[in-house]
Design a protein around this ligand. Structure first.
Ligand code: NAD
Length: 259
């Protein structure tokens, strides 16, 4: 299927690795020029080269912290008028809520709630004027089913989800959609660091923690980031203009609810 987005411009935040990288690759395969951001130059440039070699699209890199005002400004300076915005940032650390101070909460809200809201604010009106926009926020399955050790994520991402629900119905008549893509367990660096935490807490090895998680999932495996990237590209397609304000769970069937 031709997704009808060749020649469009996308910002993909936090995209040197993992799910952000996969989204950038899938969009690039559809002929979308991408601006990708991450904090560290080396992995960011390596990813940019891989995307260029695989797809031939224009890839611009911005080495900045997307959770800061300067970081967001640098990304927007590289792509002031994106047709597609993929919001992403590192997730908050796991832990016990009794140990979290205001600073922990502010950092989590900054990264996983305020940053996407701010990038939406700074890009959505121009999308509306141009009559096309696709915004996808990478959130988490924790929005539907909280993960005990990820209380900072459960809370901050739920705030973003509530905000998006409120505005996504206002933009769709201009062919600007805003949706959330909710990863369950995907095989990325982030997931590997979670296994490390679980292994420490439960007194097991990292491999054992991974094996338990794999077997727990109805699919019997962890998700492949490439699957996530392709779903993201489809959400950004011309065909998806009638879908907004939705939360798409990709978790191998782990969420047990009927709805
Ligand atoms: P990852 O660690 O594999 O990759 C994260 C990417 O974001 C890297 O490129 C990193 O450089 C970049 N990054 C992190 N903080 C940044 C910042 N402040 N500014 C710019 N770039 C930044 O992580 P991932 O697994 O791809 O996860 C992406 C998001 O999805 C995270 O918020 C994570 O919590 C969430 N998530 C992941 C899973 C999973 O199974 N992988 C599940 C649920 C939620």
């Amino acid at each position: 299927m031709d997704l009808g987005i060749a020649g469009r411009k996308a910002i993909v935040c936090a995209a040197s690795k993992g799910l952000g990288r996969a989204c950038a690759m899938s969009l690039a395969r559809e002929g979308v020029d991408v601006v990708i951001s991450a904090r560290t130059v080396g992995p960011l440039e390596a990813t940019a080269d891989e995307i260029r070699r695989a797809t031939g699209v224009r890839v611009v890199t911005v080495a900045s912290d997307i959770t800061t005002e300067a970081g967001r400004a640098a990304v927007l300076a590289a792509c002031p008028d994106p047709d597609i915005l993929i919001n992403n940032a590192g997730g908050p650390p796991p832990g016990d809520f009794r140990e979290w101070t205001r600073d922990h909460w502010i950092a989590a809200v900054d990264a996983n709630m305020f940053t996407p809201i701010e990038l939406i604010r700074l890009t959505v009106d121009a999308m509306i004027q141009r009559g096309f926009g696709r915004i996808v926020n990478i959130t988490s399955s924790s929005v539907k089913a909280p993960i005990e050790v990820l209380g900072l994520s459960n809370g901050a991402r739920s705030g973003l989800t509530g905000f998006v629900a409120g505005i996504a119905r206002k933009t769709v008549k201009h062919n600007v959609t805003i949706n959330n893509l909710l990863p369950g367990p995907f095989d990325t660096d982030r997931m590997r660091s979670n296994f490390y935490h679980i292994a420490q807490v439960q007194g097991i090895t990292v491999d054992e923690a991974r094996e338990i998680r794999r077997k727990q999932n109805p699919s019997g495996r962890l998700g492949d980031p490439a699957e996530f990237g392709d779903a993201c590209a489809f959400l950004c397609s011309a065909q998806m203009g009638y879908v907004t304000g939705q939360n798409f769970l990709m978790d191998g069937g782990a969420y047990p609810g009927t709805y």
